[in-house]
Design a protein around this ligand. Structure first.
Ligand SMILES: [Zn+2]
Length: 150
């Protein structure tokens, strides 16, 4: 793989993970779960949306935004790998309160608030998830190598 292509893929991966990290920090785990059903499990958008109690149009626009960050096969692969870690992310805004700036933020406004005020936390969360994915891939490779040599 050329350096140029590697760099582009790394940028796409980071952009997609930051978008997913923002959703997780905003407490939108149901949206992430619906995205998973739709983009990883290939459920229909209406099935996926209904299963997680969101609107089909919301799921489609979120998927569209996510797919504008990185190409579709990469998004599906990342979402599959990142899913358990995204679900572990502690929401930044809960009960109308932002834990980072310790001010009252309506939970409905959590996502734009975090996107504007807490880019550093989004980046940090995405980087941590990326690191966990790398560790997991390494673990699987070692496991596979162990199986082959046995
Ligand atoms: Zn805040």
């Amino acid at each position: 793989m050329s350096d140029e292509r590697k760099k582009r893929l790394a940028e796409e991966r980071r952009a997609a993970l930051e978008y997913l990290a923002l959703k997780a920090l905003a407490g939108k785990k149901n949206v992430i779960a619906a995205l998973y059903d739709y983009l990883v499990e290939n459920a229909s958008p209406s099935q996926a949306a209904k299963a997680h109690g969101i609107q089909k149009t919301q799921l489609k626009s979120t998927a569209y935004q996510l797919l504008s960050k990185a190409r579709a096969p990469l998004v599906a692969k990342l979402l599959k790998l990142a899913y358990p870690y995204l679900m572990e992310v502690e929401p930044l805004v809960e009960d109308n309160y932002c834990k980072a700036c310790q001010t009252i933020i309506h939970t409905n406004h959590a996502e734009p608030h975090i996107a504007v005020k807490h880019q550093d936390i989004i980046k940090k969360t995405a980087m941590e998830i990326e690191e966990k994915i790398k560790q997991e891939i390494l673990r699987r490779k070692k496991l596979a190598a162990g199986v082959r040599s046995a």
